[in-house]
Every structure is written in structure tokens, then in C-alpha cells.
Design a protein around this ligand. Structure first.
Ligand SMILES: [Zn+2]
Length: 112
């Protein structure tokens, strides 16, 4: 999650990007907005899972590896998320290292 501000009109924006795309900021007044630095907010992606419903697109049950895939899969098949499929914030599991990501995000923002 990255905040930016238009240096021309002062409008502020919050954008959601992968860390690699953090410089891909919105435009306002015809120019790219400037990053506003704040405490990094890193949201873990969902843990990969094997879908248990058929996908119209492939006819099979896809292996879902990201929140985006999860949402697109639900949307195109008319499926609805039920509350039990959410993980609580303290119960995040998966093949990622949030501490490392936070350290890298802080390094990127502060330059050291
Ligand atoms: Zn503007």
C-alpha cells in the first residue's frame, strides 16, 4: 500500500502495488504523483489452495496461488466467498516471510 500526492493540486492517493511495482503511481493533473512516505503496510497474500469447485474457464478445479486469482475465479464462476474461508490476521500461513518483506520495504523507503 503506497500513498502519493499530486504536487500540483494536493490530491492524495492510496494505491496497492506489489513491492516491485511501488513506483507505478497514479497520475493527476497530467503528471505522476509523488510518494508520501509512511509506515509500510504489507499485506500477506493468501496461501495457495486447490479449488473445490469447477472453473468455467478450464472445466477443471484450478490451483489458486494469489488473492487476485482467487477473486477472479470466484467472480467468473458466480461463486461466493463464505466467512469460514477467511483466515484471521493472526493465523496467516504460507510460503512467505513477512518480516523479511517488512525489512526490505523499510530499506527501500529509507534507503538504508
Ligand atoms: Zn492534481
Amino acid at each position: 500500500m503506497y500513498d502519493s500526492r499530486c504536487l500540483n493540486c494536493g490530491e492524495t492517493f492510496t494505491t496497492y502495488r506489489r513491492m516491485a511495482d511501488c513506483d507505478d503511481l497514479p497520475e493527476c493533473c497530467g503528471v505522476t504523483t509523488a510518494r508520501v512516505y509512511s509506515v509500510p503496510m504489507v499485506s500477506a497474500d493468501i496461501a495457495p489452495y486447490q479449488a473445490v469447485g469447477y472453473d468455467k474457464k478450464t472445466g477443471g478445479m484450478p490451483f489458486i496461488t494469489s488473492r487476485r486469482e482467487h477473486k477472479e475465479y470466484l467472480r467468473r464462476n458466480g461463486y461466493h466467498e463464505v466467512e469460514t474461508s477467511f483466515r484471521s490476521r493472526n493465523e496467516v500461513k504460507g510460503d512467505f516471510d513477512m518480516k523479511r518483506d517488512l525489512i526490505n520495504a523499510v530499506k527501500k523507503v529509507t534507503g538504508h
